[in-house]
Design a protein around this ligand. Sequence first.
Ligand SMILES: Nc1nc2c(c(=O)[nH]1)N[C@H]1C(S)=C(S)[C@@H](COP(=O)(O)O)O[C@H]1N2
Ligand SMILES: [Mo]
Length: 382
Amino acid sequence: MTSTEDGPGVRRGTRRTAPEAAPPPGIRKPLPPRLFAVHGTNAETRWEALRGEDYLTPDDLFFVRNHTATPLIDAATWRLTLWGDALRGGPVAFTYRDLLGMPAETLTAFIECAGNGRRLYGEQQYQEAPGTPWRLGAVGVARWRGVRLATLLERAGMSDRAVALMPRGLDADYVEAGENLGRVRRPLPVAKALDDVLVAYEMNGRPLPPDHGHPARLVVPGWVGAASIKWLGDIEVSAERLESPWSTRLYRMHGPGHPPGGGPPLTRMGVKSAFELPWPARFEAGREHLLRGRSWSGHGRVVRVEVSEDEGVSWRPARLRDDRHPRGWVRWTLPWTPREAGNLRLLARAADETGAVQPDRAAYNLLGYRFDAVVRHPVVVT
Ligand SMILES: Nc1nc2c(c(=O)[nH]1)N[C@H]1C(S)=C(S)[C@@H](COP(=O)(O)O)O[C@H]1N2
Ligand SMILES: [Mo]
C-alpha cells in the first residue's frame, strides 16, 4: 500500500483480483474478498476499501448482518401489518404503494452492529468474547428514504395507551444452539419510535437491496443495529411492556460489573473511530502520508478527533471535513511522516458534542457488545 497512501485510494476493481471465497449461502450480493471479510452468515466491510470513497457507504460495500438468510420478497404482494391492543381499531395493513404515496423523509444515518469491535476485546484487552469476530467494519452510513414510523402509527390509529412496539422481520426463525427463538424481533419504546425512526424503502437513492431489508426496514438512528429490523413484516402496538430474546438475553451487558441477568436492553452506541487502512497497515519511512479515517457516535455529532503515534502520550488534532450529519459519521485527515522503520500502533480518539470521549478500555461484557475503546491500529513502517 505504501506507494498509494497519498493517492486517491484503493479503487474497487483496480487491485489484483483475489480468488473469490465461497460466499455465505444467505447473502445475495457479491462479496469480493478485497471488500469484505466473511464471518458465518455475515459480511464485514474492509476499512481500507472505504479509502477514497465518498461520505456514504456504497450499497455494494455495506456490511451485512443476517441471523439466518436474506429472503427474496416481492414488493407487489408484501404487506406491513400493524396490530395490537393499543390501536383504536383493528389491524391495519400497508402496501408498498401505500408507503410510496405517503409523505417521504430522507435521513443520513449510520447502522452499526452492537458487536462491532468485538474481536478487539480479545486482541487488545485479552478478554475474549464469543460471537461474530467483527473488527471495526460492522458499520456503514447510508442515505435512507422512507416514511416516518410516527406517520404510520398515526394512520393506524395508535392510542395514547401505547407503550411498546414489536417490529418483526420476515426472515426465517432464528435457531440458536438448538433453541428456536422465532423470527427476529426486538421491542422498541414508543418514545423512540415517535422521535426519529424511519420505515425506509430506499438506500442511497435506490430501492433497498435484498440484503438490507427489501422492501422495507426500520432505521433506528444511533441505536444498536439490531433495532433496525430488516424485511419488516408486522409491528405489534402494545399497551404493555413487550419482551423478546433480543431484549431479555441478547443485546444486554452481562458478566462481572453488570447487574445479575444483565444491564438494561442496549440502546445507543458509543463513540468510535477507524482508520481507512488495512490491518496491519504498511508505510514507507521518511515520506509524508495522508491518514484518513471516520468517527461516529450514537449520542450526536463528533466534534474532535485526535491521533497518536506514541501509544497515547501525545495527540495531534485531525482535520474534520465539513460534511457532518448529526446521525452519520465525520471523515477526517491528518498528514503523517513516519521517521524510522519498525512496528508501531496508530491511535485515533474522538469526542462528541455531549462531551463523551472514547475511553482507553471498553467495559467488558460476556457477549462482547459496545467496544468503544481507542483502537490500537497495527502499522509496519519500512
Ligand atoms: N429481520 C432481521 N432484521 C435484522 C437482522 C436480521 O438478522 N433479521 N439483523 C439485525 C442486526 S443484528 C443488525 S446489526 C442490522 C444490520 O443491518 P445490515 O445487514 O443492513 O447492515 O440489521 C438488523 N436487522
Ligand atoms: Mo447487530
